[in-house]
Design a protein around this ligand. Sequence first.
Ligand SMILES: Cc1ncc(COP(=O)(O)O)c(C=O)c1O
Length: 422
Amino acid sequence: MGGFAVRDGALHCEAVPLALIAHAAATPAYVYSAGLIRDRFARLDAALAAAPHRIHYSLKANGSRGILELLRAAGCAVDVVSGGELYKALRAGFTPDEILFGGVGKTEGELREAIAAGVKLINVESEAELRLVSRLAADLGAVANVGLRVNPEVDVKSGHQYIATGERGHKFGIPIGDAASAGRLAIALPNVSLQALDMHVGSQLSSFDAFREGTARLVELSMELRAAGADIRYLDAGGGLPVPYDAEEEPDLAAYGAIVTAAANTLGVELLVEPGRFFVAASGVLLTRVLYCKESGAKAYVICDAGMTELLRPSHYDAFHRIEAVSPRAGAGAVTVDVVGPVCESGDFLALDRELPGVEPGDLLAVHTAGAYGYVMSSQYNARPRVAEVLVDGTRWAVVTARETYEDLVRHEIPVPQWREA
Ligand SMILES: Cc1ncc(COP(=O)(O)O)c(C=O)c1O
């Protein structure tokens, strides 16, 4: 099954010591367990067995080519939210009929690419977008298969306001009260085929009530639109399965599966789900080396070679990530420290007021549960090249994304601008 465990006093990813990877591939680096990703896919797949279903991995959580290929090989499809993600999915070998295309602000260019590729569904978020899709499809001599992303306006328990998306007033989806008329418009438009209702109510959902209430609203609406002539073939329940970052429990997949499969079976349609975090979060660590330990006022700082540029979640979402020494020092007493990065921002931290066993410069730390919304949110701020991504599979490991170089930082600079007159 893989994963991360201490063996012979040192933290391993599957059978590979993290210290070996740090030595060979340098730090900071993201390290992912292929076995854990496959295991989590298989468990979710089994939990959905009561209905015909397809799992569309949400590429936004981690778009690493190595991870996309291993999920595709396991039988997973994909969900994308930009032209860039569509490009990456096709390059990783997903066929258009394995791709859902969503997103609240798709451009004309992106929609044209999705229609021309012939994706399984474009999940549309407004009447204006529906009209645009129909017009673009007509230009291309096509009929685009669409879903309506509905905002079911349910109570979302997600742990952070930035990852709740299905409450009244959020920017995502078509408000539930407007969805029937958007559906009738879709039925009337000549170059779209309305085949699904879709929701994504939030991420890291600590209660499944939002799935229960949201899918119930989609079922009701699907029946209404069927009666009006729509050929509804899918129910898309979105992503949002939570993972434990600290001491929380793993989600009850059987309970989740029972809710979403029952909804799809009521309609007699294929269930689609779009999990991201659930597959990759706990399957990855950010490996970082301690550069300095210092004190300032009453505070003790552990300054690492990774920070907000590599893992934005602590400063952006106040997110908690467990931090573990890769090779703990014998007898080191616990101290309370801020684990911070090298970026010139006071908001650059990995953990605040965290009890860690005493660490020293040169030590390696693993920042856990960093595989989702980690690398994909990294930046070059402070002219820091993006780090490497490493995939471990049993006793084997490989760099699947190369560390950027200084050249990459200036690749798009135009040293001699071609000035034009207005
Ligand atoms: C439309 C859509 N689907 C799926 C997901 C994946 O969510 P999660 O990683 O919580 O499963 C997201 C994440 O924001 C999303 O916006």
